[in-house]
Ligand binder design. Structure first.
Ligand SMILES: [Zn+2]
Length: 122
């Protein structure tokens, strides 16, 4: 599955793919020189010319993209366990589920920022 977001290779800003780029990437399409696509897209953060073919092919995709579905699954599991296992009310179970999901996504985001800043210092 193609990711809906990619990162600017220079400033690491997260950018959303256009609908066409997402669809083309999903079917594994590799753009050719004669295609009426712009050769690059300009990053709104730093002005870097991002290669359109790289972006469509998913070479710039968000690396942690597998994490979001995992976080949602674990959140649902936590909600299920707290509802049936610990006899929480439905609202509390849903709250716990959301809490687990956002804790995982947030922790991954912090870890990635730390890792990026460590790499930048070297
Ligand atoms: Zn940028």
């Amino acid at each position: 599955m193609a990711a809906t977001h990619f990162r600017c290779p220079r400033c690491r800003r997260m950018l959303e793919k256009g609908a066409a780029a997402f669809v083309l990437g999903s079917v594994g399409y590799a753009p050719k020189a004669e295609d009426p696509l712009p050769p690059s897209v300009t990053c709104p953060g730093c002005g870097f010319a991002i290669d359109t073919a790289d972006m469509i092919a998913g070479r710039l995709d968000e690396k942690a993209d597998w994490l979001s579905p995992l976080a949602v699954v674990l959140g649902l599991a936590a909600a299920f366990v707290s509802f049936y296992g610990f006899r929480r009310s439905g609202i509390a179970a849903v709250g716990i589920g959301f809490g687990v999901t956002f804790a995982i996504v947030g922790a991954a985001d912090v870890a990635e920022r730390l890792w990026a800043s460590l790499k930048a210092r070297r």
